[in-house]
Design a binder for this molecule. Structure first.
Ligand code: NAP
Length: 506
């Protein structure tokens, strides 16, 4: 389910292993996930493209250090096409229900197309790859429906809405606003930013990749592989800044220096200075955010949105501000997946009920009571410091190792033991404690309804990769097992790669 980097990544891995019996269900009319949906002006990735790309499909031709959205989407489409997975994609099919059939030991997945036609797919395994940042959140304020001008979310940019000379109000100051505000500021009449919480901003230092670098990367791929490795290691070191306060202060010093250099007015600088520890919210990486906020047609208001009227908005400071166009840069709610209420595991239990408002999964991927279900990206696999594709690829490797394990064992299904998932989650929570991600003095979308950070991986990514690279047979229970298959905690089964080799021979 889902055709972003995770869903297409899984499809590619299956194809590469010679599998053909799989489909990718996509509710939209095109593939691409967040890179299809987010087309706002200035949209780009704030992780270097050499790293924000599949490890198995390097692209020597990135035009810039931080490639823009259209180029990332092109890359994803090209890789999917070259790998032959597009014929497996079924577009315009929204999943309305997925239930584990305990008799058949298979998933039954109901989908609906735009005309309301229902179809049922059956599958041995189900990969929930619908993304954490796929459903936009609008603030719940009175009067939204009364607004007479264009009003839209950054993730559903209305390109037909005229901005030239208009009075534009932007709600929110996260990573999305930081990209489109500088892009639209020169053409709007006025821009009012409703900023509730100023973000930490680090310099971006974006630049075009010279032709000779691209040529070299094409002719000697090892050069780009070396750059990727260096970027990977460099970004992993950033974790220290989120885990240990002393390192966090170094990162804050760098961000404050960036602020001092770019903002001369001490009063404005004070209003743009965050009052929480760096990393508590997603850090913004930008060289043009502060300059845009100081443009003569921009006003920064230290207020949230309280009410919308026909041609104006009212802030939480009680001030009414005129508006022709309203843009919500108010983010997403990754901790309450819209799919969780639609997925039913053993005993007819909904995933949303199993999670109880706080998603959790063994290896960030598998859930007790939900056989052969893989959630990618899953709970506690998000990142604030590097390319999320590192985590996605590690999760896909885990899912494939699980399938190999199943095949070798002769069982029909597998699910993590509840104790194994509990131990995994305890370890994640223990590592999370005292980090900026939970104790940094802010609220953020990283935290779920119970106050737990169920979004981020609280450590370096190589630790995650190592932990999930293999299936630990003792941590999984097998269902519909063939006679004689050991299936008890402590019974040693062959390691996953040995299992894979065995399966390949078979
Ligand atoms: P976000 O980080 O969740 O930011 C939402 C913003 O809206 C916050 O500033 C929030 O203020 C504000 N807000 C919410 N309700 C409001 C209200 N009623 N009045 C005023 N302000 C309100 O959302 P986002 O910027 O779309 O980014 C979401 C995530 O997408 C990022 O964290 C990142 O993971 C990803 N992203 C990545 C890139 C990239 O380059 N890789 C680019 C864009 C987005 P408070 O802080 O006070 O709550």
């Amino acid at each position: 389910m889902g055709s972003g980097f995770a869903g297409l990544g899984m499809a590619i891995q299956l194809r590469r292993r010679g599998e053909h019996d799989f489909v990718v269900l996509e509710r939209a009319r095109a593939v691409g996930g967040v890179w299809r949906d987010n087309t706002y002006p200035g949209c780009a990735c704030d992780v270097q493209s050499v790293l924000y790309s599949y490890s198995f499909a390097p692209n020597p031709d990135w035009s810039r250090r931080y490639a823009p959205q259209a180029e990332i989407l092109d890359y994803l489409l090209r890789v999917a096409r070259d790998e032959g997975v597009l014929p497996h994609v079924r577009l315009g099919r929204e999943v309305t229900r997925a239930a584990w059939d305990e008799g058949a030991l298979r998933w039954r997945i109901e989908t609906r197309d735009e005309a309301g036609r229902v179809e049922v797919e059956e599958a041995d395994a189900l990969v929930l790859a619908a993304g954490a940042l796929s459903d936009p959140v609008y603030p719940r304020v009175p009067g939204l429906e009364r607004f007479e001008g264009p009003a839209f979310h950054s993730a559903h940019w209305d390109h037909a809405a005229a901005l030239r000379g208009r009075r534009v109000v932007v709600v929110g100051s996260g990573a999305s606003a930081a990209q489109f505000v500088p892009a639209i500021q020169p053409r709007v009449g006025t821009l009012t930013l409703l900023q509730r919480t100023p973000p930490w901003v680090l310099p971006r230092r974006d630049r075009a990749r010279p032709a000779w670098v691209r040529r070299l990367a094409r002719r000697v791929p090892a050069t780009q592989a070396a750059v990727r490795r260096a970027l990977y290691v460099g970004r992993e070191l950033l974790v220290a800044g989120f885990r240990w306060r002393a390192f966090g202060r170094v990162a804050e010093w760098e961000a404050l220096r960036h602020l001092r250099r770019q903002v001369r007015d001490p009063a404005l600088r004070a209003r743009l200075t965050p009052r929480y520890h760096i990393g508590c919210k997603r850090v913004v990486v930008s060289d043009d955010w502060y300059p845009a906020l100081q443009a003569p047609n921009v006003t920064v208001a230290d207020a949230g949105l309280a009410e919308v009227r026909a041609r104006s908005v009212v802030g939480t400071d009680g001030v009414e501000r005129p508006a022709d166009v309203l843009v919500f840069a108010t983010g997403f709610r990754p901790t309450s997946s819209p799919l969780a209420p639609l997925v039913y595991g053993r005993g007819g239990r909904a995933l949303a009920d199993a999670w109880g408002g706080s998603p959790r999964a063994y290896a960030g991927t598998t859930v007790p009571g939900f056989p052969n279900l893989f959630v990618v990206p899953g709970p506690n696999t998000g990142l604030g410091h590097t390319s999320v594709l590192v985590m996605i690829e590690a999760q896909l490797a885990h899912a494939l190792a699980c399938l190999d394990h199943l095949r070798a064992s002769g069982a029909a299904a597998l699910e993590p033991r509840a104790e194994a998932e509990a131990a995994w989650t305890r370890a994640v929570d223990a590592r999370m404690r005292a980090t900026a991600w939970v104790a940094g003095g802010c609220t953020s979308w990283y935290l779920d309804a119970t106050g737990r950070n169920s979004t981020l991986w609280p450590d370096v990514t190589w630790r995650f990769r190592r932990l999930v690279a293999r299936v630990r047979p003792a941590d999984y229970a097998l269902l519909g097992a063939a006679a004689g298959v050991p299936n008890a905690p402590g019974v040693a089964l062959p390691a996953a790669d040995a299992v894979a080799r065995g399966a390949a021979r078979a």
